[in-house]
Design a protein around this ligand. Structure first.
Ligand SMILES: [Zn+2]
Length: 483
């Protein structure tokens, strides 16, 4: 009787494609507009309305497929997936079934290096959204918003290659990063533009046949994904250890209760009565088009990381911080270096002041900074510090002003008289004044407490509002005290 079980996990990810209009009509895909303001005969499924495929959606699907090393099918077929649900006005969803857009790809997980196979990527339309809350009569009625119906999606289906909840989370974060960097998807899980379902099964270690799987839905955050899979693995192991059987079913993650519960018994593909969509022709893609898309692809995040380490001598940790949350920060950093700043100073600014500013503004959009302080302007500020014109502390103050006024660093330093004071004549008086006022510290220093010099330097810096050259102040003080 085996006691050890091995989890087997596959994911199905729905990603909304970043087109301006829906996949089969000209209605807007804009999120957050009042319910039922983006609809037309096509996406509302009125009789006689005919779908016309959005070329932009196909192109974004091709981008994703190339990035995930898939084979792009030069001929694929749209199919009707028939089911009844109030948010599906046509009574079927246009998807791809037997012949999808792309097949047979893979994605390597960072660190572990595990290769996760991509079974397929297909194009489909989204359904509408049922609204069960927020109305005075919500206890009696549900409402439907069709704004989302007909919004273009890709579904990415993986092979059951993941062996832990962590694998699944890392896969999802890596995929998200790729889709966002290719401008295929906005990565916004709260708004539902990126959604993940997990297929989970367990089997006794050593057994090659797969166990019965359940599908877990509603995993709209990385944390929920990990926790829900963890829960589901333990639940299945418990059932099997108690002599029970796993039932193939769809389960819903309930974040507040921290558990999954049965949503419906799992439907089989034949329940959907798939058949080719008669209103759309075969989707034909030329090799030339695929090549053109391939050439237009930006560098993938994993390649960017390798290059940043090699070119600028950054540490893995610095590169992680620079690229993980806000990939556009890496671009900004490179432009600062290109404009003449040393990489070491540029990375300190990027992970220091710039990151602090983005947190303060509560945004990941580096363009918020770029609009006011260009990489060239920041490089000039860094050069002022390098040359000793201003201190590092003053530089932060100057950056703040640059951010507010959009002026150049030189102009601000000039106007506000912030240039570092490093002439002996200009500092002599202040140094003498500080020595007169702090006899005790001078005495302490003379009696061997060398730390007292730091206090005196601090007093001079304070008196000059941080503008004095601290190294010079140190020298002048020692000379004056006579040690
Ligand atoms: Zn429409």
């Amino acid at each position: 009787m085996p006691t050890e079980f091995e989890p087997i996990i596959g994911l199905e990810i729905h990603a909304q494609l970043l087109t301006r209009t829906k996949i089969f009509c000209g209605c807007s895909t804009k999120f957050g507009t009042p319910p039922n303001t983006h609809g037309c005969p096509v996406c509302l499924g009125l009789p006689g309305a005919l779908p016309v495929l959005n070329r932009g959606a196909v192109e974004l699907g091709i981008r994703a497929a190339i990035a995930l090393d898939c084979h792009i099918e030069l001929e694929s077929v749209f199919a009707r997936k028939n089911y009844f649900y109030p948010d599906l006005p046509k009574g079927y969803q246009i998807s791809q079934y037997e012949l999808p857009l792309a097949t047979g790809g893979r994605l390597s997980l960072p660190e572990s290096g595990t290769d996760v196979g991509i079974t397929r990527i297909h194009l489909e339309e989204d359904a509408g959204k049922s609204l069960h809350e927020g109305f005075p009569d919500s206890d009696l009625k549900s409402y439907v918003d069709f704004n989302r119906s007909g919004v273009p999606l890709i579904e990415v289906v993986t092979e059951p290659d993941m062996r832990s909840p962590t694998d699944a989370r890392v896969f999802f974060t890596t995929l998200r990063e790729i889709l966002v960097s290719l401008i295929v998807n906005d990565g916004n899980m709260e708004e539902g533009s990126l959604r993940c379902d997990a297929n989970v099964s367990v089997r006794p270690v050593g057994q090659s046949a797969l166990g019965v799987k359940t599908e877990v839905k509603n995993l709209n955050s990385f944390r929920f994904l990990e926790r829900a899979i963890e829960y589901e693995i333990n639940r299945q192991i418990d059932v099997l250890k108690n002599g029970g059987q796993i039932i193939q079913e769809t389960r819903l993650w309930d974040a507040s209760a921290n558990r999954t519960s049965v949503m419906r018994s799992k439907e089989e593909a034949h329940d959907y009565r798939y058949f080719p969509e008669p209103d759309l022709p075969l989707l034909r893609i030329t090799e030339d088009w695929v090549d053109e898309v391939r050439r237009s692809l930006p560098e993938l995040p994993s390649a960017t990381r390798v290059r940043l380490i090699a070119n600028y001598g950054l540490t893995t940790e610095q590169v992680e911080q620079l690229t993980r949350v806000r990939p556009s920060l890496a671009t900004y950093f490179e432009e600062v270096v290109e404009a003449g700043a040393p990489p070491k100073a540029a990375i300190n600014w990027s992970l220091g002041e710039l990151t602090r500013k983005l947190n303060e503004e509560q945004t990941d959009q580096v363009k918020v900074i770029r609009q006011r302080v260009s990489p060239i302007a920041l490089a000039k500020l860094i050069r002022l510090v390098d040359r000793g014109t201003i201190s590092g502390t003053i530089a932060k103050e100057v950056f703040e002003k640059m951010y507010i006024t959009g002026e150049s660093a030189e102009a601000i330093v000039e106007q506000d008289g912030l240039a570092q004071i490093d002439s002996v004549e200009m500092l002599a008086e202040t140094v003498n004044e500080v020595l007169k006022q702090h006899h005790d510290a001078v005495a302490q220093y003379r009696s061997g407490k060398s730390g007292a010099i730091g206090f005196l330097v601090g007093q001079v810096m304070k008196a000059t509002r941080g503008k004095a050259n601290p190294k010079l102040v140190n020298e002048l003080l020692r000379k004056a005290i006579g040690r």
